[in-house]
Design a protein around this ligand. Structure first.
Ligand code: ADE
Length: 479
């Protein structure tokens, strides 16, 4: 690649000799030329600027001087030679320079940086070279104003130059870095000593388990990006996120829908939420049922176990937690998919009653029954578990609206349920799900639950076989 820089401070660019860019220039990987703009001024004072036409503060760089300099850099013969010539004008009013732009410009044949000073370069210069077939890019390195384009040019050359083949010794280091193809900020890095001033590195990094190390780094990259650059998280495509990514994001308050990553809120439900929880409960329960259950059996369950009265009693019970996952309304309606069954007057498959005044939508819920609950809600702990000396909470329900399955919301609800179970004094959590519902068993397993035999469960008048799963809670803190 040929690089030209035009500036009234050519000495400024000796800094490039100190870096990998200087070495690449010396090794012939790129071909760097610096031109002093003043060499093209015609008067005794080598003037390159004049007052702005129309008045105003400061000085504007003269197009005639720039024209002479750039005509030498872009002789007629080079234009239309099939190569990509780009004139880059650093300016705070330009498009923001990003890693994507650096990658794009690294593919050009010839980059020319025109460093303006004062109020900038007469605009006709950019127009003229664009008309002659040069690709002109006005670029800003950030939302602040420098005294000229020189520092910005060094920044851009460094970012572009290191992407050229051969410039960086180990091209692997380009793969995982911040703003790379993963769309995330880079995870924190560590080296020896393993213990420094009382700070230990995560032992996983010393384990030699490459998959575990990759997962840890990915989790750290996601968390860091979320904290510092939520805009980058929102720009991720769903196909860039695996199920572990989705669970982590959902626990941190984001869920992955078909149109991207959106904010999510998980909180306890209140009596004002009963109507829409009832609506969600009745539209999600049938999907979890084994195929042999009759419509009547399912209806009987909906009319009793999932009635509004029953839901009220969950919410009013101090030994029970009902947890909801909410999406803001503008996130809650992925375009083109109105998979919900409820009749709609809101255009998103949900009735008005199912949305709050703030327009948030309930898309998932979990029900945790604490160790001190009694009455009909306190299902008997399966006997294979009750032998163990634990204080059991029951994860009685985790249901997610169909279109948000696979978004990580279930994992987040299970994690929050486990925390709430601990807070209610439980040391272990059990759940049971239909043997036919493989999807649910998989998501409990992913959340850290293990299978522990089975049980029977009655829906309407039919007895169903459930698989029982359990987990030990990490920090039991009785109330
Ligand atoms: N010239 C002055 N400020 C600048 C900025 N922020 N980016 C690029 N060029 C500039």
């Amino acid at each position: 690649m040929r690089l030209d820089i035009v500036s009234i401070f050519p000495e400024f660019f000796s800094v490039l000799d100190l870096s990998l860019i200087g070495k690449a220039n010396a090794d012939g990987l790129l071909n760097l030329h610096v031109t002093n703009l003043r060499d093209y001024a015609t008067d005794r004072h080598r003037t390159v600027d004049d007052t702005p036409l129309g008045g105003g503060a400061g000085m504007v760089m003269k197009p005639d001087v720039w024209g002479k300099a750039l005509d030498e850099i872009f002789p007629e013969a080079t234009l239309g030679d099939g190569e990509r010539h780009v004139l880059i004008v650093p300016t705070p009013s330009g498009e923001t320079f990003t890693q994507r732009i650096a990658e794009d410009l690294a593919g050009a044949d010839h980059l020319v940086f025109a460093c303006g000073r004062y109020e900038g370069i007469d605009f006709r210069v950019a127009q003229h070279y664009a008309e002659r077939g040069v690709e002109v890019r006005e670029l800003s390195i950030g939302d602040y104003v420098l005294n000229g384009g020189e520092v910005a040019t060094v920044v851009m050359i460094e970012a572009i130059g290191r992407l050229l083949p051969g410039v960086i010794g180990n091209p692997d280091s380009l793969v995982e870095e911040s703003h790379g193809s993963a769309g995330l900020l880079e995870y924190p890095v560590y080296t020896r000593p393993v213990n420094w001033r009382g700070q230990e590195v995560n032992p996983v990094l010393l384990s030699g388990d490459h998959a575990a190390i990759a997962r840890l780094r990915r989790d750290q990259a996601l968390e860091k990006t979320l904290r510092r650059r939520p805009d980058m998280i929102q720009a991720l495509r769903p196909d860039q996120l695996d199920s572990d990514d989705r669970s982590l994001l959902a626990r941190l308050g984001w869920c992955v829908g078909e149109n991207g990553v959106r904010p999510l809120e998980i909180r306890e439900l209140e009596s004002g939420d009963v109507d829409r929880l009832h609506a969600l409960a009745i539209r999600t329960f049938p999907d979890a049922c084994p195929p042999f259950l009759s419509h009547e059996d399912i209806q009987q369950h909906l009319d009793t176990v999932l009635s509004p009265q029953s839901i009220h009693s969950w919410i009013d019970n101090p030994h029970v937690r009902v947890i909801g996952a909410f999406l803001p309304q503008n996130s809650a309606a992925p375009e083109g998919d109105h998979g919900g069954e409820a009749s709609s007057d809101t255009g998103d498959g949900r009735t008005q009653a199912e949305q709050t005044a703030h327009g948030e939508q309930l898309v998932g819920y979990a029900l945790v029954v604490g160790p001190r609950a009694d009455g009909p809600i306190a299902e008997k702990c399966p006997k294979q578990l009750s032998d163990e000396h634990c204080s059991w909470a029951h994860l009685s329900k985790v249901y997610i609206d169909q279109k948000w399955r696979g978004s990580g919301i279930a994992a987040a609800l299970i994690a929050v349920s486990a925390d709430m179970a601990s807070q209610m004094g439980a040391t272990s959590l059990w759940t049971a799900t239909s043997t036919a519902n493989k999807r649910a068993a998989k998501s409990y397993k992913r959340a850290g639950m293990t299978k522990k035999g089975g049980r029977t469960y009655t829906v309407g008048t039919t007895t169903c076989r459930d698989v029982v799963m359990q987990m030990t809670l990490s920090s039991a803190s009785p109330q």
